[in-house]
Design a protein around this ligand. Structure first.
Ligand SMILES: CC(C)(COP(=O)(O)OP(=O)(O)OC[C@H]1O[C@@H](n2cnc3c(N)ncnc32)[C@H](O)[C@@H]1OP(=O)(O)O)[C@@H](O)C(=O)NCCC(=O)NCCS
Length: 185
């Protein structure tokens, strides 16, 4: 979960990010992820109010709201970030990229413990997309800008539109969701 690995990943995924110094100083998405890691630690230590206060400060500073209970794997990049919301029971695998104004939220009809989506490794969620409910976005799947996704997306598929339709390819698998870290399963 290192700083260097975060910066390397941002350089790989964002063509505009070339200088380490400018990433350190200006990447609000990265700042949001760092503060989330601290608030998640507080949450795990059962300091829940402090964790919520920390994530509220992060929202104020970065425009990104990540619930401290969400589970997020390595090399997670939020590009631009402003307006992005990540709900309480969201699970995010490794090497996931999301853009600004993305919502990983509940539908409003669910009341159980798991109300938010799970994103498998390598997923990309484009700007403005809303992923709602306890659904799975399969490994290396992509979700297009402004899509509204209410159903599981197969691995390697692309979901576009509202409600989302799937553009499939030969590598698609219905059930596959590789999450590299066991603790994320
Ligand atoms: C989803 C996305 C990655 C798909 O790229 P792609 O695989 O190259 O897909 P294509 O451009 O070949 O389009 C395939 C089909 O999906 C449609 N489509 C693509 N993106 C769409 C979108 N966001 N909403 C609705 N339909 C979309 C195309 O019109 C095309 O439809 P057709 O088959 O009926 O002609 C891309 O369109 C996208 O949304 N990128 C946004 C990235 C982003 O957030 N950038 C912000 C940077 S600041």
């Amino acid at each position: 979960m290192g700083l260097r690995s975060d910066i390397r990943t941002i350089k790989r995924k964002d063509p505009a990010a070339t200088s380490t110094l400018s990433i350190l100083l200006t990447s609000n998405g990265m700042h949001a992820v760092w503060i989330y890691r601290f608030s998640h630690l507080l949450w795990k230590m059962r300091l829940k109010l402090l964790a919520r206060i920390t994530s509220t400060i992060a929202r104020f500073l970065t425009g990104v709201e990540i619930h401290p209970a969400a589970i997020i794997g390595k090399n997670f990049v939020i590009d631009h970030g402003t307006g992005t919301v990540i709900g309480e029971s969201t699970v995010i695998g490794y090497n996931v990229l999301i853009y600004h104004q993305v919502t990983l939220g509940g539908t409003g009809n669910e009341s159980g413990k798991k109300r938010h989506p799970s994103l498998c490794d390598g997923v990309m969620i484009a700007a403005g997309a809303k992923i709602l409910g306890d659904i799975r976005i399969g490994t290396n799947a992509r979700v297009g800008a402004n899509a509204v996704v209410l159903k599981n997306v197969p691995s390697n598929a692309t979901a576009v539109g509202m409600p989302a339709r799937f553009i499939l390819n030969e590598n698609m698998k219905e059930e596959d969701c590789s999450l590299m870290s066991k603790e994320l399963k």
